[in-house]
Design a protein around this ligand. Structure first.
Ligand code: TTP
Ligand code: MG
Length: 393
């Protein structure tokens, strides 16, 4: 008989707000709202559970949050501190298993299959981990424990905050049946509407559907996904380690580049292209890599990592230019230029311009507006004055 697999999904409660309450005891027990400036159309990043009672939630315009909860303590957010606390917590997870899969700044899967001899039964381990995290970091987590990642992920959200939900082996199907359609991970608004239009409103309705019918409604992949989920099985969406990966963009030139003005123009175009794609995929990147191919096909590259993620194309352009100038061997003509950005997990960027007021609000906003516009029109419209009118150098 094969060994029973067990997974934990651990998610910090009201993470950014809890860190603020930890560091500022005067905020404890009070409604704390972390996010952008209400006067500058900022949005809520997160809020303490005390503020949630007033109806405040993530992604809500800050101005609305202030109306709902006038006594709320508004905090702009300190990303570095949150990363620091996130690392402390993730390091604790590593003591429980060699298989920790961090999927966002405040959540991770921990596979605990076969750890019984070391840590006791899975539910004992889970409770012990919750206690240890609190004692060592002062932060509370909610934990889902199940025989697969998908169920564990949903379970951790069921009894928040400070919750623990164990879906015992064999009860996966019953657990899914107890949920609302909107509780399923990976089923978005669009899909729900399509199902509703076909008269399928609840999980019960859907559970009577054949695989063929679901595929007809949602397409091959969507149908198979939902069919698997409805049986309490793992559709595998969290199986892959969200390794740091990179997104790159390059240009080969019809005529080799020589003068600095053309090189800058190319770097700026590539930076914009790349930043558009990064935004589209809701990723953040910290490592800039510049590739230069000379006329004789010799290719050189240089890279540098930043502490903070790169927020806009101008910033990416300036960094790329700096790296380019460091590496470029003067006098050579250039066939190809490329930039790539090492990126971190997409889930980190639930609101990619959340703290833009602290970084470079204006630039990010302009780029975001251009991006949204180009999305609407189905093509890019960003053409900066700089690209059109660069007479320098
Ligand atoms: P979540 O885990 O979704 O939210 P949370 O930890 O604040 O609250 P809980 O888990 O108890 O429901 O996100 C983790 C952090 O990510 C959150 O503290 C702030 C940030 N975040 C945003 O910046 N914008 C968002 O829209 C969301 C959902 C989260
Ligand atoms: Mg959380």
């Amino acid at each position: 008989m094969s060994i029973q697999e067990f997974y934990l999904h651990v998610d910090l409660d009201a993470f950014f707000a809890s860190v603020e309450q930890l560091d500022n005891p005067q905020y404890r027990g009070k409604p704390v709202i972390v996010g952008g400036d209400p006067k500058k159309r900022g949005v809520v990043s997160t809020c303490s559970y005390e503020a949630r009672k007033f109806g405040v939630h993530s992604a809500m315009p800050m101005a609305k949050a202030v109306l709902l909860c006038p006594q709320g303590i508004i905090i702009p957010g300190r990303m570095e501190r949150y990363y620091e606390k996130s690392c402390e917590v993730m390091n604790i997870f590593n003591n429980y298993s060699p298989s920790v899969q961090q999927i966002s700044i405040d959540e991770a899967f921990i596979e605990i299959t076969g750890t019984e001899k070391l840590f006791g039964k899975p539910n004992e381990l889970a409770l012990n981990l919750k206690k240890t995290v609190f004692e060592e970091t002062g932060l509370k987590v909610s934990v889902g424990l199940a025989t697969n990642r998908y169920i564990a992920k949903i379970a951790s959200g069921r009894l928040k905050p400070d919750g623990f939900c164990f879906v015992e082996p064999g009860l996966e199907y019953d657990f899914i049946q107890s949920l609302l359609l909107k509780d399923l991970w990976g089923i978005g608004e669009k899909t729900r509407l399509r199902l509703e239009a076909a008269g399928l409103k609840t999980i019960k309705d859907l559970s009577t559907c054949s695989l063929g019918l679901l595929k007809n409604l949602l397409g091959e992949a969507g149908g198979a996904f939902l069919f698997t989920v409805l049986q309490g099985k793992d559709p595998g969406i969290f199986n892959e380690q969200p390794h740091t990966r990179s997104i790159s963009s390059e240009q080969t030139f019809a005529e080799d580049l020589y003068n600095m003005q053309d090189i800058e123009k190319a770097l700026l175009e590539i930076s914009e292209e790349l930043m558009f794609r990064i935004r589209k995929e809701k990723m953040f990147g910290k490592t800039v890599h510049v590739k230069i191919r000379y006329q004789d096909f010799r290719t050189v590259s240089i890279q540098e990592s930043q502490v903070d993620s790169i927020q806009n194309a101008s910033e990416l352009f300036e960094l790329s230019k700096k790296l380019f100038l460091k590496k470029y061997e003067k006098g050579n003509t250039i066939r190809l230029l490329g930039i790539s950005l090492g990126t971190i997990s997409p889930v980190f960027s639930k609101q990619e311009d959340l703290f833009s007021n602290q970084i470079d609000e204006k630039k990010s906003k302009v780029e975001k507006a251009l991006y949204d516009l180009s999305e609407k029109r189905g093509k890019r419209v960003a053409t900066k004055a700089r690209l059109l009118n660069n007479n320098k150098k």
